[in-house]
Write a protein that binds this ligand. Structure first.
Ligand code: R5P
Length: 273
């Protein structure tokens, strides 16, 4: 097996390659004055290639498509998408909208024998692909960096799967905020349980601007302590809460746990089939 990755996923790819004992193929990448991207593999590959790359930012998606096309000329491709951007537009909320998660699937399945993702936001996005998708969720990895919690809470029902999974690893309770409609245009998230004296672990799949978590933290201000963990940390604004844990699907200064073993284990399972 060979591993090749887009620039933004290099560190994660190196970790995965090391665990599975695969050769990491170096890539030369250039961006032309008009923004077009050039990639060149600096050694050859054959048989089976694991191509790792995010769909965020948009340029990374192009890089991933170029690498997949290149790899598919001489090998079978397993595509690993640590952060599947565009997942939040997972269905049509308003007439006329493009279901971006579906559009991405139709592009990404090209030249892929199989796809591995990390926390897809909604598991049913898998159905948008014609190839098999394995969606890995780092419950244990999050629990391992946040061992000291009395309750795990998600800021909405949509990410309750994450709170439930992490809570199960920790052997504590899980709960979620409820969205309540105040008027035709206003929705507020509420949490009615008493958290006084409790150590809360607040989990979400994505932290983008941080607004969702910030609001949840304010509502939970009576807790003894609040710790925050996410899978994909975009961190587009400065944060008003800490401590924050994030995975290395999108490298940042908050990335303090890795999903490399999760991905490597899934690849090793395929190797042994
Ligand atoms: C929403 O469905 C996601 O699970 C996150 O809650 C959301 O993307 C977080 O965004 P932000 O950090 O901008 O509030």
């Amino acid at each position: 097996m060979f591993v090749v990755s887009s620039e933004g996923s290099k560190a994660l790819a190196a970790r995965v390659a090391q665990i599975i004992g695969a050769e990491l193929v170096d890539v030369e990448k250039k961006v032309f004055p008009d923004g077009e991207i050039y990639v060149r593999a600096l050694s050859s590959f054959s048989d089976e290639v694991v191509v790792i790359g995010n769909t965020y930012p948009n340029d990374s998606l192009i890089e991933l498509l170029l690498l997949k096309d290149l790899a598919s000329e001489s090998a079978d491709v397993i595509t690993v998408i640590p952060y599947y951007g565009y997942a939040r537009q997972d269905r049509r909320f308003l007439d006329g909208e493009c279901i971006a998660a579906k559009a991405m699937a139709s592009i990404l399945e090209i030249n892929s024998k199989r796809i591995i993702t990390v926390d897809l936001h909604k598991d049913y996005i898998k159905q948008y692909f014609k190839v098999t998708v394995e969606n890995l969720i780092p419950f244990k990895e999050i629990a391992d960096v946040c061992r000291d919690a009395d309750i795990v809470i998600s800021p909405d029902a949509g990410s309750f799967y994450l709170a439930e999974g992490v809570a199960e690893e920790l052997g504590v309770d899980a709960a979620h905020f409820d969205k309540k409609r105040i008027s035709a245009t206003e929705v507020v998230s509420t949490f009615d349980e008493d958290v006084r004296g409790k150590k809360v672990l607040l989990v979400d799949d994505i932290i983008s601007t941080g607004t969702t978590i910030e609001k949840a933290c304010s509502a939970l201000k009576d807790a003894e302590r609040i710790e925050v963990a996410c899978v994909h940390g975009l961190f587009l604004k400065s944060l008003n809460f800490s401590p924050v844990h994030a995975s290395d699907t999108i490298p940042s200064r908050f990335s303090d746990y890795t999903v490399s073993k999760l991905i490597a284990d899934s690849l090793l399972k395929l190797k042994n089939l």
